[in-house]
Design a protein around this ligand. Structure first.
Ligand SMILES: C[S@@+](CC[C@H](N)C(=O)[O-])C[C@H]1O[C@@H](n2cnc3c(N)ncnc32)[C@H](O)[C@@H]1O
Length: 313
């Protein structure tokens, strides 16, 4: 597609295409990209990010020296060959912002559930957790630190694994590396910093091997039926600040698909306010202050929540 025929619109001089014109996406082209992003990942571009996304696509077209944005679109759409390039572009378009202990009440609830598990008859079983849309690893490492703490408080040997999945290759590489700036680590309690991080150079700290051994990270699409981390049923699916980017029907499809991936008694923890009144069939809403979580019903007569007074009798 050439300029003037719905392809690039003209602007100031200085483009990488050598035509002396600045590249821009037409509205039609932009819609095609936005649709591709949504079809492949579920993510809908918020209108306030339109200009940013347009600029990223144009920049990539220029970097690769494509003479036409439609050629680049065709390249990325190629099965196989286009997959790698799609991954590069995707990394620039997604919002990957994350923090340690981002929603404290959800982490408190996670520890509460693990404590119940450690008091139950199923405590011998390894506790398995999947963080969906884990970005650069903060969520997974926060859960792992909380889990270690729970096992220690219960005076039991740690037996858990936490897997993070994300569609972004760069995010997963950073998560595996596990190096964070001191500023980024401000939300991590001092005792956890001492126990689970080593100081490195340049105002950064690195996750210790003990924490890494309990965690794993995979590049994967959460809509993929064979998503690693959810290959067999888990105790907890933690999915926060991901659903907000999806249309309601996709949120529902995704959460419905999680039901089979939870063990009976397992929990789905989403961000507060990420769902309204709807809840997936087969799960019941958990009453716990300040959080939004659902639990998969246990066979009749069995409860995970332990009677506080059980030991007194
Ligand atoms: C805003 S971050 C949230 C990170 C973390 N959960 C937190 O709350 O701090 C959203 C993450 O979801 C990931 N994501 C978006 N669509 C995805 C998909 N289809 N499959 C897997 N991850 C996806 C993005 O790459 C991004 O890293």
């Amino acid at each position: 597609m050439l300029k003037g025929s719905g392809g690039f619109s003209s602007g100031n001089p200085g483009s990488a295409s050598g035509t002396g014109e600045e590249l821009q996406l037409s509205d039609r082209q932009y819609r095609l990209w936005a649709e591709m992003l949504e079809n492949k990942t579920g993510v809908r571009i918020a209108s306030h990010r339109d200009d940013f996304v347009r600029r990223q696509i144009v920049r990539r077209v220029q970097e690769l020296g494509f003479g036409d944005v439609e050629d680049y679109f065709r390249e990325v759409s190629q099965p196989g060959r286009g997959t790698r390039e799609w991954g590069v572009l995707l990394d620039r378009l997604l919002v990957k912002e994350s923090q340690f202990f981002r929603h404290q009440a959800s982490h408190d609830f996670f520890k509460h559930r693990l404590k119940c598990h450690l008091q139950s008859t199923s405590r011998e079983q390894r506790y398995s957790v999947c963080s969906v849309g884990c970005s650069t690893g903060e969520e997974v490492y926060s859960l792992a630190m909380g889990a270690f703490d729970s096992y220690r408080s219960a005076d039991q040997e740690a037996a858990f694994s936490i897997v993070g999945i994300d569609v972004s290759v760069e995010a997963i590489q950073a998560a595996r590396q596990g190096i964070y700036t001191n500023r980024h680590l401000e939300a991590v309690p001092g005792s956890f910093l001492n126990d689970y991080f080593d100081a490195t150079t340049n105002n950064t700290m690195a996750v210790k091997a003990e924490l890494k051994r309990r965690t794993g990270f995979f590049v994967s699409n959460m809509f993929d039926e064979n998503c690693p981390g959810l290959a067999s049923p888990v105790d907890v699916i933690f999915c926060q600040n991901v659903l907000i980017y999806l249309k309601n029907w996709r949120r529902r499809d995704l959460l419905n698909s999680f039901v089979d991936k939870l063990k009976p008694g397992g929990c789905l923890i989403v961000g507060p306010g990420e769902l309204n009144d709807w809840q997936p069939a087969g799960l019941s809403r958990v009453a716990y202050p300040g959080i939004q979580a659902f639990e998969k019903l246990l066979p009749k007569g069995i409860s995970l929540e332990r009677d506080e007074h059980e030991d007194e009798t």
